[in-house]
Structures are given as C-alpha cells and as structure tokens.
Write a protein that binds this ligand. Structure first.
Ligand code: D0V
Length: 341
C-alpha cells in the first residue's frame, strides 16, 4: 500500500536506545528454553544461537523466526562460529558434554573444561564488555573455569548456581503454604545440586520471617504449617528429588532452568539491582574458609548491567548451615585446584 508518513520522524533520525544483544552458546534443550523465554519476554533486540551442529542450530533459528507474527520483532542469528556473538551484552553458556550415565562428575568436568577452552576465550575476545553467564554443569567449577579463561573481572562472570534450586525450593514452600511462589523469599546457597544449603532461618512469606520469634508468639496457620523442622527438611530433600524425578520422567530439564536464567538476564540487562542466589567468586566470603581461596559458589548477589554489584556476605547462617557451606567450599576448591588453570 502507498507509504504515508504521518509522524515527525525526528528530522530523519530515529531515536535510538542502545540495542541489547544476547548470545546463547549451546542450542540444546536448556539453551533453547532460555532463548525462547528471552524472546517472549522482549528482553533483547538481537539473539544469537551458536552450536557445534550446524543443522540443529539453523533449524532452531528458523523455527523461532516462524513465530515472528506473535512475538516482538527480534533479530535472530545462528551458526557454529563463536565470532557471531561479537558485541554481545550477555553471553549465556549452556554448551556441555551430556553426562554419560554413571560418569563421575570429575570426568564430565574434564570434558567440559576442554570444551570451554574452545568457547570462552573467543567469546570473551568478541564481546569484551559482556557479562558471561554460565549454566553448564558442574556449574560452580565451570564458572571458575570461565572466569580464568576469559580474563574478565569476577564481577562479570556469573554462574546460574542455586538460582534453579532456590526456585524449586520456593515452589515447594509455596505449595505447602498455599501461597504464590512470588511471595515466598527463600534461598539455597553454596554448591548447586545435591549439596545445596537451604537457609531455613531466612525464609519469609509476604515479608514475614517464618522461623523466628513467631514460633513462640503466633500460632497462625502459616507458622504452624511451616516451622516444624521435619517439614522443612522434607522440602529441602524434595528440591533434590524433584530434579531426579524430572530427569527420570522426561530425560532432561528445560522450562524451570529457562525461566530462572531469563529472570537473571532481565536483572542484568535492565540493571534491576535485584538479588539472586547465583554462583560468584566467594573469595573471603565463607566463614572458616581461608580468605585467599578462589572458588565460585552461590550466595545472594545484587545483579545489574555491570554484573555482580555486591554479595550478601553478612548472611545469617546457623552453625549447621555454615558447616555445610564450608564443606561445599572445600570440595569446590579441591576441583578448582585440580584443574590448575
Ligand atoms: O534439574 C537438573 N537437571 C540435571 C540434568 C541432568 C541431565 S540433564 C539435566 C540433573 C538432575 C539430577 C541430577 C543431576 N546431577 C548432575 C550433577 C553433576 C553434573 F555435572 C551434572 C548433573 N543433574 C542438571 C541439574 O543440575 C539439575 S538441577 C539439580 C540437580 C540435582 C539436585 C538438585 C538440583 Cl536443583
């Protein structure tokens, strides 16, 4: 139809905000769930998908492009070369060898370190101002590896860490209390996975702590239902159990990790300064761990466009919680040292 210009086009100049570019390296179930969620949440102006398998990543790009009639306009690019990610604000790494059943974590780690040696240096060189967000497992050690290989300041190298553990924890608590999971503040910290530490003492619902003096003074339905210890320990175990249950039922996880990582991307790219439990350089932040030990584990961190703006180091931990955190720190440090990067 005939082009009619009705609006003042700012003297031929289109007002420009800085365009946001996000790259996802690894177009598997996790990478594509993250990309799809970032797309639907209108978070990026350009999304780059990189994977070693050319047909797979081109197919994923085309399939997403075909949804354009229902989505905000986003440029979607794909290929096998890391150089496509150049100029990214955020580079999300989900690439990783799939764990062979029965394979030890150390063996999977070594295979993924070899992969990271090929991915991280060129990605860092192509986007020197970007934030690296590591999702590949074992995520805490691989975030340390990405930090060492990238040469970036630790503030711009983050692991998804216990963000997923914490979102499952919040879901299970919310179900138990029949309240919206968005009104449940609850953190799991430390090492992602089987050994994450649930911070029972800092659970709050609608801003009310559920494990405190309330125990004595109020017998409301909320505190009565939540504060008995075995219910909480049961929920902590269910966080781990639910991960294994999903793997057993569908063979992989995607939606929860997709939404939880897109939530991190939102805070980072839109400079939200929100606090998330993510894997950060925990040097000198864990009581009882020598302050010179360089290791990554999850702590509540304030996230913005500059990456990690601050870490909640003055965590209120019980002696038991701190002991478990220290044990995780020792294990993780052992792995990091063994790599001798
Ligand atoms: O939801 C998952 N799924 C995975 C998975 C596995 C194959 S495809 C996806 C999962 C599920 C269950 C166990 C497990 N263990 C594991 C440990 C070390 C590794 F390097 C890789 C995987 N990993 C990967 C993973 O990290 C999670 S979260 C998770 C895992 C275990 C305990 C608690 C949580 Cl919150």
């Amino acid at each position: 139809f005939r082009q009619v210009s009705l609006s003042d086009d700012c003297n031929g100049r289109t007002p420009r905000r800085r365009l946001i570019k996000v790259s996802v390296i690894g177009a598997g179930n996790v990478g594509m769930a993250i990309a799809q969620t970032i797309l639907t949440q209108d978070l990026a102006d350009e999304i780059v998908l990189v994977d070693a398998v050319a047909d797979k990543v081109r197919g994923e790009m085309l399939d997403l492009q075909h949804a354009a009639a229902f989505l905000p306009r986003v440029r979607i690019v794909s290929g096998t070369g890391i150089e496509l990610t150049g100029g990214s604000d955020l580079v999300i790494v989900t690439a990783g060898a799939r764990q062979i059943p029965g394979e030890t974590r150390l063996n999977l780690l070594q295979r993924n370190v070899a992969l990271f040696r090929k991915i991280v240096p060129p990605a860092a060189e192509a986007s020197p101002e970007s934030i690296l967000l590591i999702v590949s497992n074992p995520v805490d050690v691989l975030t340390y590896v990405a930090w060492k290989l990238s040469g970036f300041p630790a503030s711009r190298v983050i692991g998804s860490g216990t963000n997923l553990d914490s979102s499952r924890f919040r879901f299970l608590l919310a179900e138990h209390l029949e309240v919206n999971a968005q009104d449940v503040q609850a953190y799991m910290v430390g090492e992602h996975g089987d050994s994450s530490v649930a911070l029972f003492s800092s659970i709050s619902v609608g801003g009310m702590p559920v494990l405190s003096h309330l125990q004595r003074n109020h017998r409301s339905a909320v505190t009565k239902k939540v504060f008995d210890g075995e219910a909480l320990e049961g929920i902590r175990r269910a966080v781990v159990g639910s991960a294994y249950e999903v793997i057993q039922l569908k063979g992989y996880t995607s939606w929860a990790i997709g939404y939880s990582v897109a939530n991190l991307a939102w805070s980072l790219l839109r400079d939200q300064r929100r606090i998330h439990p993510v894997s950060v350089l925990a040097k000198g932040l864990v009581l009882g761990v020598p302050p010179d030990r360089e290791l990554f584990l999850s702590l509540p961190a304030r996230l913005g466009r500059a990456g990690v703006l601050g870490v909640a180091a003055e965590l209120v931990l019980t002696e038991e919680e701190n002991k478990r955190l220290r044990q995780s720190a020792d294990t993780l440090w052992g792995y990091c040292q063994a790599l001798a990067l």
